[in-house]
Design a protein around this ligand. Structure first.
Ligand SMILES: [Zn+2]
Length: 322
C-alpha cells in the first residue's frame, strides 16, 4: 500500500486540493468504510436515508446539491443504485467518481440459479466468467447497465474481502486528491482491513455450525455473503433489485418450503412481511427476524459496516440453530 501511494505521488500530476476532499457515498456500508479511511480528517456524506430502499431511492434537493459539490463520489455502481446513476447524469459533478463494483480487483459474482431463470437471455456460461473477469474497465452507465451486466450481482459489500480491498482503493483515491494526508489515509485503511479481518473470523465461527441449513431470503441480495461463509440459500422471494416477485417464482419457492426445503424464512425491514408469512404457513419453516443487507436501519458511521455484517450473521444463526 505504501509503495502504491508513493508511486502515485511520484507519477501523477493531479491538482492537489488545499483541504480534505468533500466525499459523498451511496450506501451505509460504503459510507462506513470511507468514514474509517478518512478517520479524524473528515466525514463523508451518505445519500441513502434511514430506512430507504437501496435500489429505489429519491434524492432530496440538498443531497443533489451535495453531489454536485463533491470532490469525490464513491458508490457501488449503476446496477445497485440506478437512482444515483440518473442523478450523476443529471447533475454536473465536477469531482472524481469511484465506482467500486467496476474496480479492477473487486470480486464479482453473477446472480445464482434462481435469478438466472429470470434473465433468460443471459449467456449460460457466466459462472466461470464472473469469477475470472477482471476487465469491465469501461465507464458503465445506464445504457449498458441493464444489458451487459444483467446477471451481475451488485451486493458486493457483503463479501468482506471486497470491503477490505475497497478500503485500500479509497485510501489511494483520497491520497490523489489530498497528497498531504496520504500517510494517514494509508494507515487508516490498514486499520480498517485489520478490523474487517477480526470481524470476518468471528462471523465465520458464528455461521460454521449452520452452514448447511437451508433458508429463504426476501430478496436476492445474499449471494456474496452466502458464498463467503459457505451458507445454503434455498431461494429468494424477490429478485436482486427487490422488485415484486412473479407468481411462478412464488409458487416454485412455496413448494420448496412446503416440502421442508428451508428451515427459516427471513423478511427484510423495508418490505412487507406478508409474503414471508404466507409462504411459511402450513410448513415447518420458522420465520426469522428481519435482515437488513444494506444497513439502512443501522445508525450510519464508521461502525456501520461491522454492525450490519454481524447483525446478518447473528440473525441468520439464531433462527437456523433454533
Ligand atoms: Zn438488494
Amino acid at each position: 500500500m505504501r509503495y502504491i501511494i508513493s508511486f502515485l505521488l511520484a507519477s501523477t500530476a493531479l491538482p492537489a486540493l488545499a483541504q480534505v476532499p468533500r466525499v459523498v457515498t451511496d450506501l451505509p456500508a460504503v459510507h462506513a468504510i470511507t468514514a474509517q479511511v478518512m478517520g479524524d480528517l473528515g466525514k463523508p456524506d451518505l445519500l441513502l436515508d434511514k430506512g430507504g430502499n437501496a435500489h429505489n431511492f429519491q434524492l432530496r434537493p440538498s443531497q443533489a446539491r451535495a453531489l454536485s459539490q463533491a470532490d469525490l463520489v464513491i458508490w457501488i455502481g449503476p446496477k445497485m443504485t440506478p437512482w444515483l446513476d440518473r442523478a450523476l447524469v443529471g447533475v454536473t459533478v465536477g469531482g472524481e467518481k469511484l465506482e467500486l463494483l467496476a474496480a479492477e480487483g473487486t470480486f464479482r459474482r453473477d446472480f445464482g440459479d434462481m435469478a438466472a431463470h429470470d434473465h433468460a437471455n443471459e449467456a449460460e456460461d457466466t459462472d466461470h466468467a464472473a469469477k475470472t473477469e477482471h476487465a469491465h474497465a469501461e465507464e458503465s452507465h445506464a445504457e449498458d447497465a441493464g444489458n451487459t451486466h444483467a446477471g451481475l450481482d451488485p451486493h458486493a459489500w457483503l463479501d468482506p474481502a471486497n470491503a477490505q480491498y475497497w478500503a485500500g482503493l479509497i485510501a489511494v483515491e483520497l491520497s490523489q486528491l489530498d497528497p498531504e494526508n496520504a500517510a494517514t489515509y494509508a494507515a487508516n485503511a490498514a486499520a480498517t482491513q485489520a478490523r474487517i479481518a477480526t470481524m470476518d473470523a468471528e462471523i465465520s465461527a458464528i455461521l460454521a455450525p449452520v452452514h448447511d441449513k437451508p433458508f429463504v431470503v426476501f430478496h436476492d441480495a445474499y449471494g456474496y455473503f452466502a458464498d463467503h461463509y459457505d451458507l445454503t440459500v434455498a431461494g429468494s422471494i424477490s429478485l436482486g433489485d427487490a422488485t415484486s416477485p412473479g407468481a411462478a417464482r412464488l409458487r416454485e419457492l412455496s413448494d420448496t418450503v412446503a416440502a421442508g426445503g428451508a428451515l427459516c424464512l427471513f423478511p427484510e425491514g423495508q418490505h412487507d412481511p406478508a409474503l414471508v408469512t404466507q409462504m411459511a404457513n402450513g410448513s415447518k419453516a420458522r420465520i426469522g427476524a428481519a435482515l437488513d443487507p444494506s444497513g439502512s436501519l443501522i445508525p450510519p458511521g464508521p461502525d456501520a459496516y461491522d454492525s450490519l455484517m454481524r447483525a446478518l450473521a447473528s440473525t441468520i444463526a439464531a433462527c437456523l440453530k433454533g
